[in-house]
Write a protein that binds this ligand. Structure first.
Ligand SMILES: O=C(O)CCC(=O)C(=O)O
Length: 216
């Protein structure tokens, strides 16, 4: 396949939405994975998210900086163990700022004071339905980092969950940033490709780290 013979290219999926493959080196992926494992431990660790309709999300989640629950932010895990949310580290904010510069350019990074992370863990059967990231009070770009198994990531439009959308394969180490006109686009993860994680990473499943500016 071309993708194996040639490096995968930076792709603008929509105006303001950029996929940058292999942005994190293998060492950076390992460091981020170690950090995710520490954040996932209780208190305020990995949890199953319950939706208002009585369902549960199939990916499990842990937050930094502020706790996201359907549909808002809090300083404690209001829908879990009640513990204060873990601190958002400065180095992660710097990583987010660099991600915006590398994808959208320096002018897009002026508002990029990242203070929230949502970390989702997907086992082989987990997925995420089409949704918008609309609980923030800032229009700074969302930064998405992938670790472990590859997935099918669906990036849609700002009007509805339906077509037109573009399907993108996100692999371990890939960066996806969406801001500007794409900031409120619907997106989701219809499928994880189980068993595709780089063996040297030592992760079964997929982790996604999204960084956001709360504006709160
Ligand atoms: O796992 C992903 O790639 C997407 C995560 C996501 O859409 C979210 O956290 O809102």
């Amino acid at each position: 396949m071309d993708a194996e013979l040639f490096p995968r290219a930076r792709t603008e999926i929509a105006p303001g939405a950029v996929h940058l493959p292999d942005w994190l080196t293998a060492d950076r992926q390992s460091e981020l994975l170690d950090a995710c494992r520490a954040w996932a431990r209780p208190p305020a660790g990995l949890r199953t998210v319950r939706t208002p309709g009585g369902g549960t999300m199939t990916s499990r989640q842990v937050c930094l900086g502020r706790h996201w629950y359907p549909y808002g932010y809090a300083r404690t895990v209001v829908d879990g163990d009640g513990a204060p949310v873990k601190e958002f580290p400065e180095w992660l904010g710097e990583l987010g700022r660099r991600a915006v510069v590398d994808t959208l350019g320096p002018e897009a990074a002026t508002e990029a004071a990242y203070d929230i992370a949502l970390i989702n863990f997907y086992d082989a059967d987990a997925r995420m339905g089409m949704h918008r990231d609309s609980d923030e009070k800032s229009d700074a770009p969302v930064v998405s980092l992938s670790l472990g198994d590859a997935c099918l990531f669906r990036f849609g439009n700002t009007e509805s969950r339906n077509r037109p959308y573009t399907d993108v394969e996100l692999r371990s180490g890939d960066l996806f940033v969406f801001g500007g006109d794409a900031r409120l686009a619907y997106h989701g993860v219809p499928r994880v490709q189980a068993g595709t994680a780089p063996p040297e990473l030592g992760l079964t499943g997929r982790l996604n780290v999204t960084l956001r500016v709360s504006g709160l």
